[in-house]
Write a protein that binds this ligand. Sequence first.
Ligand code: NAD
Length: 354
Amino acid sequence: MDKHYLKDANSIMGGLGELNERFAGKTVLITGVAGFLGTQFAHYFLALNDARALSRPCRVIGLDSFLRGVPGWLDELKTRKELEIQSVDVVRCEAYARADFIIHGASVASPIFYRRYPIETMDANVWGLRRLLEHARETAPQSLLFFSSSEIYGDPDIDHIPTDEDYRGYVSCTGPRACYDESKRFGETLCLAFWNVHRVPVKIARPFNNYGPGLRISDRRVLPDFFRDALNNRDIVLLSDGRATRTFCYVSDALEGYLRLLLSNENGEPFNIGTASPEISMGDLAREVIRVCGKEVGVVEKPSEDKHYLSDNPQRRCPSIAKAQRRLGYEPRVSLKEGLGRMRDYYLDHLHDE
Ligand SMILES: NC(=O)c1ccc[n+]([C@@H]2O[C@H](COP(=O)([O-])OP(=O)(O)OC[C@H]3O[C@@H](n4cnc5c(N)ncnc54)[C@H](O)[C@@H]3O)[C@@H](O)[C@H]2O)c1
């Protein structure tokens, strides 16, 4: 197993402590297994078995349409008997496997790609989810986790930063981000309806900018773009004036939050999962990446070739995570400096993978 994923899996196992055992003997269905978070989930479950941390091993069924190819780790691990991979579109899958836990991560998460594939993006978030909810209604899993997004808040006004789960959002239903934002919003409504009407035990996570190993360098999200430039000894290109701010949550912290939510009884309500600080501007983040990479390159501004790149782009994004702290015992631990260092090490080993 790749040492970077193993390190993250060990952090998650350490953070979850006795909760890990709740996966003993269980089958977990992960949609979007080839993606960033799906990859990390799969490695966490396999690492549990490798470490003999469970009284009975768990099993993973990973499903993906492999729109952007089969990742190298899957080729490496495909012979493992507790891992079954299905190459299928979650929207068109004829029969989903029965599982104790369902993690629905299949979607198009990168803004450049969801603007390119708006219909596929909405389909996965709405029809894929709807079909999984029906499947859950018929097969009664212990829990189903839907990935919504911090994007459902749109561009929050200043009075709602940090943003808590009660904020209703400031979102366009016709703008260039609408295919993603609105389908996540509708997805949440679907989840609530299936919980209220059919008692499907559905959990809703609102992730705020996760980063770390597994995030493809070609993904076109901000951190992979910055690392790609810096590690190739090029100036980092900012596609904005660099003043918009975000907080970034290292992936092992985020996964611990999602797993705590999955294992909880918190059905039918949303939870922000992210980091509350530091809130950092894109310009400062670029300079931090340069420092972490030990390079002497600069930061330049250049307009994106995607003319909608900045339309409806939130100026500030910063969560309140108080609800997850209080109700799930969620507590992110990895500092931005440490997380960026781990991501650099991963990219140094995987720079030429794709
Ligand atoms: N990573 C983050 O910071 C973040 C932030 C907000 C929301 N989310 C949400 O979390 C989930 C996982 O995010 P990620 O970063 O791993 O995304 P990702 O883009 O890295 O991975 C998504 C995976 O889903 C697959 N997929 C897409 N459509 C599919 C379909 N119809 N059928 C089967 N597979 C399909 C893709 O091939 C890809 O492997 C997504 O729902 C995303 O919207 C993530």
